[in-house]
Design a protein around this ligand. Structure first.
Ligand code: ATR
Length: 272
């Protein structure tokens, strides 16, 4: 039977085996999907052992997205732009690498949540790996403007400059936001993982805005609570992104696109 795995450290919380096993059942595919924990300095050894034991593909999660980038023999353009890898296909001696996080996020926002980004004002908070991975897919969706805001302003400015050729992007600090509301506000900082609130003011929200928290399974984070308290009606966490990026990887490996709605419904925890 074809074998796949998600590799990370820690990995105990992962939903990937559940998601991919359900995708396989739903699309009549026969495969095995396991969770692999590698030592934090042992990605390449663990990944090579899985390949040598017949592994066909892997999802890659923290802290190994850069290790996977370095281990790959063939990087997709998406992975190169993201500077990180979240999916590998193992083919003979080749390690094909891609990154579906950003496209998964855009699919969730546009198709599941019904918010086309084209012509809209979008605020992306954070300038780490998670934000970087969203930049090219966001700009490819043709927003009127993408504002990248970060606590360390120089990081936002540098990223905006790097992606300037892809579309209308500007990098700023929180104090530079000009009190006008955005159609879509995405929190790609790691603040929520520690129960913190980025220093964003409520005037970035209008009641019709979508407030999207990249973290999932954390309930109403300080960011979502701020949005809700400001009257924002549309709140989302990253569960849809998680399932959509998994579906992209599954389609890449198996040539069959699984249905995502039942899995999103199964994993969704009500926010309010
Ligand atoms: P990830 O891979 O999850 O993106 P990262 O690369 O460590 O993680 O980046 C974390 C991001 O969250 C950074 O943009 C960080 O801001 P700085 O660049 O100024 O450090 C942001 N971040 C983390 N905690 C934050 C907080 N309490 N308020 C605002 N931004 C925060």
């Amino acid at each position: 039977m074809d074998r796949y795995a998600v590799i990370g450290n820690p990995i105990g919380h992962t939903k990937s085996p559940l998601i991919h096993t359900a995708f396989a059942q739903g699309s009549g595919q026969s495969l095995e999907y396991i969770a692999l924990e590698a030592p934090s300095d042992g990605f390449a050894t663990a990944a090579a052992a899985f390949r040598d034991a017949g592994g066909r593909g892997m999802n890659v999660t923290a802290p190994f997205k850069l290790d996977a980038f370095a281990w790959a023999t063939d990087l997709s353009e998406r992975a190169q732009l993201a500077g990180a890898v979240n999916a590998l296909k193992l083919e003979g001696g080749k390690v094909l690498a891609d990154n579906f996080d950003g496209v998964g996020l855009v699919r969730d926002i546009e198709q599941n949540l019904g918010r086309l980004m084209r012509g809209k004002r979008v605020l992306l908070m954070g300038a780490g790996g998670a934000a970087r991975g969203a930049l090219h897919p966001f700009l490819a969706a043709r927003p009127a403007q993408l504002v990248l805001v970060n606590r360390t302003v120089t990081k936002a400015e540098a990223l905006a400059q790097e992606f300037a050729a892809c579309g209308p992007i500007v990098g700023v600090g929180y104090g530079d936001l000009d009190h006008s509301a955005f159609d879509i506000v995405v929190n790609a900082t790691s603040a929520s993982l520690r129960g913190e609130l980025p220093p964003v003011t409520t005037d970035v929200f209008a009641p019709s805005s979508l407030a999207y928290e990249l973290a999932y399974g954390k309930g109403l984070t300080p960011f979502l609570r701020l949005a809700q308290g400001t009257g924002v009606r549309n709140l989302a966490d990253g569960v849809g992104m998680l399932v959509e990026q998994a579906a992209e990887a599954f389609a890449w490996w198996r040539g069959v696109r699984p249905e995502t709605a039942p899995m999103i419904a199964q994993l969704t925890v009500p926010l309010a």
